[in-house]
Ligand binder design. Structure first.
Ligand code: GLU
Length: 302
């Protein structure tokens, strides 16, 4: 399905909502090893689209932790907060071609009219015929069509969805004046020529909206790999909400070894005494994608 082959470019795209924890380390390590094993580039993009969710200082803390862990990226870090003009150009095109439309429905209205889907409420297209810019607060939604979007995830297999009936026209520009994740990530993955997206399985179904947007904007589709996410014994994803502790900065090696074990890469005992360089050398050389459990989530004590 993918139309991109070479060169390999991967990325890690954290949101600066807190320090890195074991859960986010899995996505960083998995995307890094997959890129380096293919002699590829690995970029870091800070997804700082939402100032309300942002924790001051966490972008710098994430980058500092990556460095301490030997996860060294290529080129300059891309900050989504500086990319508004690119998102605006794409949005203008979509509006001009009537692929997107302004929506004035409040959250309350949507709760009254929409039915619940697996990705949240399914917007029934109430404002689809709006063409003028409304004078009250509005979001912008992209029009979905009655067709199935599908892709083949290298770990999770074939994933498909009929967006119109299962998700509904989704928001690409938020009514509070911020860019929506789906639009920004689609534009940036294309702008950075990402050939393969490796991230947590919590974003598996978001991928269908991103592929839909790629199709609407005439962009190519990269390969996708969704890694199992780390969950706690209550089956909750490790996150700020579940109080996942920040990664220690003083002794990264044991944590990195646990990350490799989580991804079922069987690091040998001798790595416990390795330097960080030796650790990465071993991990890059011995990385085997097909050893990763084909699961959405794995319970961890971290
Ligand atoms: N910024 C998103 C997050 O931290 C990840 C986005 C992505 O990898 O596409 O959950």
């Amino acid at each position: 399905m993918s139309n991109i082959t070479q060169p390999y470019i991967g990325r890690f795209a954290p949101s600066p909502t807190g320090p890195l924890h074991f859960g986010s380390l899995i996505a960083a390590v998995g995307s890094y090893l997959q890129a380096r094993h293919h002699n590829g580039q690995w970029y870091v993009r800070i997804e700082d689209l939402d100032p309300h969710r942002e924790v001051p200082g966490s972008a710098d803390s994430i980058l500092h932790t990556l460095e301490k862990y030997g996860l060294l990226w290529d080129g300059a870090v891309l900050y989504q907060s500086q990319r508004g003009q690119h998102y605006q150009i794409a949005l203008n095109t979509l509006l001009k071609n009537q692929q997107a439309y302004p929506c004035i429905c409040s959250r309350k209205t949507i709760q009254q009219i929409a039915r619940q889907g697996r990705e949240g409420l399914i917007y029934p297209g109430t404002c689809r015929h709006n063409t003028n810019q409304p004078d009250k607060q509005y979001s912008i939604r992209i029009r979905c069509h009655n067709q199935t979007i599908a892709f083949n995830d290298a770990l999770q297999g074939t994933i498909n969805q009929r967006l119109e009936t299962e998700v509904g026209d989704y928001v690409i520009y938020r009514s509070d004046g911020f860019w929506a994740y789906q639009l920004a990530v689609t534009i940036d993955d294309t702008a950075q020529k990402i050939s393969e997206v490796v991230r947590g399985s919590d974003l598996l179904h978001s991928t269908l909206r991103q592929i839909h947007l790629q199709q609407q904007l005439g962009y190519p589709t990269p390969n996708y790999i969704h890694l199992p996410i780390a969950i706690n014994h209550q089956y909750k994803k490790l996150s700020k909400q579940t109080r996942a502790p920040a990664l220690p900065l003083d002794n990264p090696l044991p944590v990195l070894i646990k990350a490799l074990q989580f991804l079922n890469q069987s690091p040998p005992q001798i790595l416990q005494e390795a330097t960080l360089d030796e650790f990465w050398q071993w991990a890059i050389q011995h990385w085997q994608l097909d050893k990763i459990p084909k699961q959405h989530a794995i319970i961890t004590n971290e």
